[in-house]
Ligand binder design. Structure first.
Ligand SMILES: [Fe+2]
Length: 214
């Protein structure tokens, strides 16, 4: 029974704005960001990190659904733009599941094929194009886009998911559960006619456990 309870706690803690488990260290042997299940998926980029652009079109872009473009700037803890930060995002499809094609390997078996990688440019900018995801069917979990980042000299770690300010499932309770890792992930979408647009800046180190202080 205790084991069952523990399993339940672990399961619940994995929903919403948080992710858990599995650790990995960086070159300096200082692990930042705590544990994270699946963050290593960032290394499954089909394009080498050095060749990634700061723009990314996710595979669902041409499917039927509400087109969405999200852009922002990644800032270092000293307030200057952060170039060469790898950003990995993945999310559900229009039915709220992580769709698979059947040939996925690695974390693609869980994250599905709607995922993408990008690398911030010299100005710290990134932008990705996708469809607005649907919430999990039959559950009260808000629509979300998972995101993992990797700075050049650190291990990969998760930051707050992208959440939608106008999502009825994003209740006050859900908002309070957010940890503001990397800054708030709650985005306000603007309908520009042919697509939705939103902006989110990312602040490296903000509310990230064991992040080195200047
Ligand atoms: Fe999810």
């Amino acid at each position: 029974m205790r084991l069952l309870f523990l399993f339940g706690v672990l399961l619940i803690s994995n929903i919403g704005c948080t992710q858990n488990s599995a650790t990995k260290t960086n070159q300096n042997n200082i692990h930042v960001g705590g544990s994270c299940e699946g963050c290593e998926a960032i290394h499954e980029s089909p394009t080498p990190f050095d060749s990634l652009k700061n723009l990314c079109w996710l595979p669902d872009w041409n499917d039927k659904g509400r087109k969405l473009a999200i852009n922002g700037v990644v800032y270092k803890s000293d307030g200057t733009p952060a170039p060469n930060v790898i950003i990995y995002v993945y999310h559900t499809d229009q039915t709220g599941i992580y769709p698979k094609k059947g040939d996925e390997t690695g974390w693609g078996k869980r994250h599905g094929y709607i995922r993408g990688w990008m690398r911030t440019n010299e100005k710290g900018e990134y932008k990705f194009f996708t469809l607005r995801p649907a919430a999990y069917p039959g559950r009260q979990v808000p629509e979300h886009i998972h995101v993992t980042i990797k700075e050049p000299d650190k291990n990969e770690y998760w930051i707050d998911e992208y959440l939608f300010d106008d999502d009825p499932l994003l209740t006050d309770k859900e908002r309070k559960n957010c940890q503001d890792r990397g800054g708030s992930g709650i985005i306000k979408v603007k309908d520009v006619g042919n697509m939705l647009k939103a902006e989110r800046n990312i602040y490296l180190g903000k509310n990230i456990p064991d992040y080195p202080k200047k």
